[in-house]
Design a protein around this ligand. Structure first.
Ligand code: BTN
Length: 253
């Protein structure tokens, strides 16, 4: 356990909010899913100091050594018509929380990587859970690199930790800012304001991009987004293609 994130400090800061804190878990998203099935209310959070089988997008893993990241998952009960917005909620709220701590040049790489100085500072994993055609709820998982040392790792050129920009960060302070921004946006999930806040944060619009979608790679210039959040890519033949989901690389190849 690290001194800036302890059960006692969390209890004092989070007050009435339902939360569960663990020194070590498999994945906070998995625990939040179990909690959802057991009846957790919207806004409840699972927080962990270390995840040993954290999950990322597209089936990838997500790991941060103990004491180095803020990793949490929030239980949400959105309407089934707006459950796709949970992803946007995470990205926007994290950007705003980082700015509250003084970070600048914070934005998003479609769909939802949070960039700090155009390097990944946070990953967002939103998962909807259905029983047959009934939405049980959604889990919004976020992992913020606070003081992860990426030197000598494959992520040295593409990832960044918050503290390299802001200086020392108290993860509890970061958490309270993040929860405040999540609370602010989770009620108006369907609003144009949330969509616009997300769209305005996308920093790779106008850049050459390549998006891996199943067995295909779609290349071109990122031209914008559709109202349902798909990325519009201007292809070399001039046609515009909407990409609903995928893995985006910069550089167009
Ligand atoms: C990505 O691939 O960029 C998304 C990474 C999401 C990681 C976070 S850490 C907290 C939560 N629990 C998980 O298992 N994953 C998410």
């Amino acid at each position: 356990m690290s001194a800036d994130l302890t059960a006692a400090r969390l209890q004092a800061a989070l007050g009435e909010r339902a939360f569960r804190y663990y020194d070590q878990v498999g994945s906070t998203n998995d625990l939040a899913h179990d909690w959802l099935l057991a009846g957790a209310q919207s806004g409840g959070v699972i927080i962990a100091d270390e995840q040993v089988s954290g999950r990322g997008r597209m089936g990838r893993g997500w790991y941060a050594p103990p004491g180095t990241a803020l990793m949490l998952s929030m239980v949400l009960h959105p309407g089934s018509d707006v459950v796709g917005r949970v992803n946007l909620l995470g990205g926007v709220a994290v950007c705003e929380a980082l700015e509250a701590l003084g970070a600048r040049d914070v934005g998003l790489k479609w769909p939802n990587d949070v960039w700090l100085q155009r390097r990944k500072v946070c990953g967002v994993l939103a998962e909807a859970h259905w029983q047959a055609d009934r939405l049980i709820g959604a889990i919004l998982g976020m992992g913020i690199n606070v003081r992860v040392d990426f030197a000598g790792t494959p992520f040295a050129d593409t990832a960044i930790s918050l503290e390299t920009v802001t200086g020392p960060v108290d993860r509890l302070t970061l958490l309270t800012h993040l929860l405040a921004r999540l609370d602010h946006w989770r009620a108006p999930l369907a609003s144009d304001a949330l969509f616009e806040a997300w769209r305005a944060r996308l920093q790779m619009i106008g850049d050459p991009v390549a998006i891996k979608v199943l067995h295909e790679t779609i290349s071109g210039i990122a031209a914008g987004v559709t109202p349902d959040g798909a990325l519009l890519v201007r292809q070399s033949d001039g046609s515009l293609r909407a990409v609903a989901a995928g893995d985006l690389a910069l550089g167009g190849h």
